[in-house]
Design a protein around this ligand. Structure first.
Ligand code: CTP
Length: 403
């Protein structure tokens, strides 16, 4: 008897989702389609965990199926991708569902994105293109066997044994980002890679050149892993030598140290503080196609590390060194060098500002622009060393100057 998870669905999914799935189910039966919940959502239902994405796979043409649903006013199609024959639709209550046609894929180049060789294949052929057994589970949505789990690869057993297992020996060669996916799932569910999967991963990391991997996928998985802000993920990333994938250096830093700093200083790009301690190869940084603000973090780290001052004599030196640098880069600099000035800047000096504006100094009687600039700098220095505290002190200072 197959495992049936209809009860779990009722317990875990909202009424809006259950209604949307029922509409899909009825339409599939009426029009002779076989449709399944697939991947993460089935895994999460069995694990009794909350799932975010709802993926349905249609044995056949998912776009055609969606059009039938839309004609019956069950949903609105909001996205269609013709080459892969996938579609996204929104149902009552804002429930979004991704529909994919079953497909077989082939990797023409190691590590690159796959090309589709067949659309509308059998479910069994479809699941074998996937990453791990725990993600290759499907659940029938047709009335006859609604809720039955279809397990071609031993995924249920692996879920019970808390194992992450690839489907074939070539899995990491085809898609090395799966190494990071394994890390993500291991941390999220407290699972272990099975022995063979671990050996394949080590072999890939230690024997392959990784220049030609899909950096888009690697970036996306790194972002997901490190955005968890988990000391354990970082420590596992280092212990499993995952940094070799991105030509990173082995850090001598513990995940907990990074997490503690992040929790205290709240940087916006959490994941880049973790990554910044590992990634320094300029050529590889280019591969990531970072956004402008992400790129600035790496430029700042490079600047701070290369212009590392052996002596920072005054608060003003410290202020000038870190001024306009991103919080993320200052944290990475601290982690790499243990220079306490970095934290002094974030905690204290970065908050200090000269309150007087140029115009106000002019109104006090100083006309010359250069002179105003010099005075602003002097006030800043005095504020940084504590001899000037507030705006009144600043005014007093300017008046004394004039005298
Ligand atoms: N998948 C894969 N190889 C990848 C990415 C995805 O085989 N590199 C497959 C897996 O079957 C996965 C499904 O596509 O379950 C959907 O991918 P994704 O949404 O990234 O993963 P989820 O398993 O749903 O994980 P999450 O809970 O993090 O969304």
């Amino acid at each position: 008897m197959p495992l049936n998870i209809e009860k779990q669905m009722k317990a875990q999914l909202s009424d809006d989702i259950l209604n949307a799935l029922k509409l899909c189910s009825q339409t599939a039966d009426e029009h002779d389609f076989k449709i399944y919940l697939i991947g993460g959502i089935v895994r999460d239902l069995i694990l009794k965990r909350k799932s975010i994405d709802i993926d349905i796979t249609v044995e056949g043409d998912a776009i055609k199926f969606c059009h039938i649903l839309a004609q019956k006013d069950c949903c609105k199609i909001i996205q269609v991708q013709n080459d892969l024959k996938t579609a996204k639709a929104v149902f009552n209550g804002g429930v979004e569902i991704d529909f994919a046609s079953t497909r077989q894929e082939f990797y023409p180049h190691r590590g690159h994105l796959p090309v589709v060789v067949k659309i509308g294949c059998s479910l069994q052929e479809d699941v074998y293109r996937r990453d791990f057994t725990i993600n290759a589970l499907a659940m029938s949505l047709n009335k006859k066997n609604y809720g039955d789990v279809i397990d071609y690869t031993g995924g249920i057993k692996d879920l019970n044994n808390k194992k992450i297992r690839v489907l074939h020996n070539n899995s990491f060669n085809e898609d090395p980002s799966r190494i990071l996916r394994a890390l993500k799932f291991a941390a999220r569910f407290n699972f272990q890679r099975d022995k063979h999967t671990k050996a394949l991963q080590e072999k890939y990391i230690n024997t392959q050149m990784h220049d030609d991997i899909s950096w888009t996928r690697i970036k996306s998985e790194l972002k997901q892993c490190f955005s968890l802000n988990s000391a354990k993920v970082y420590d596992m990333f280092v212990a499993n030598e995952n940094y070799k994938l991105i030509y990173g250096q082995k850090p001598e830093i513990k995940g907990l140290e990074i997490k503690t700093l992040i929790d205290k200083y709240n940087p916006y790009h959490v994941w880049l503080v973790y990554l910044g301690t590992i990634l320094s190869n300029k050529k590889i940084i280019e591969h990531f196609c970072f956004t402008r603000s992400e790129k600035k973090i790496f430029t700042d780290i490079e600047y701070l590390v290369n212009n590392h001052l052996s002596m920072m004599n005054s608060n003003y030196d410290v202020y000038k060194f870190f001024e306009k640098k991103s919080t993320e880069s200052i944290l990475v600099y601290y982690l790499l060098t243990q220079r306490k000035e970095a934290l002094k800047y974030l905690e204290n000096l970065s908050l200090i500002r000269v309150e007087l504006k140029g115009d106000e100094i002019k109104a006090l009687g100083i006309e010359n622009g250069r002179e105003i600039g010099r005075i602003l700098k002097e006030i800043l220095k005095k504020k940084l060393n504590g001899s000037i505290i507030n705006k009144n002190d600043e005014i007093e200072f300017v008046r004394n100057k004039i005298k």
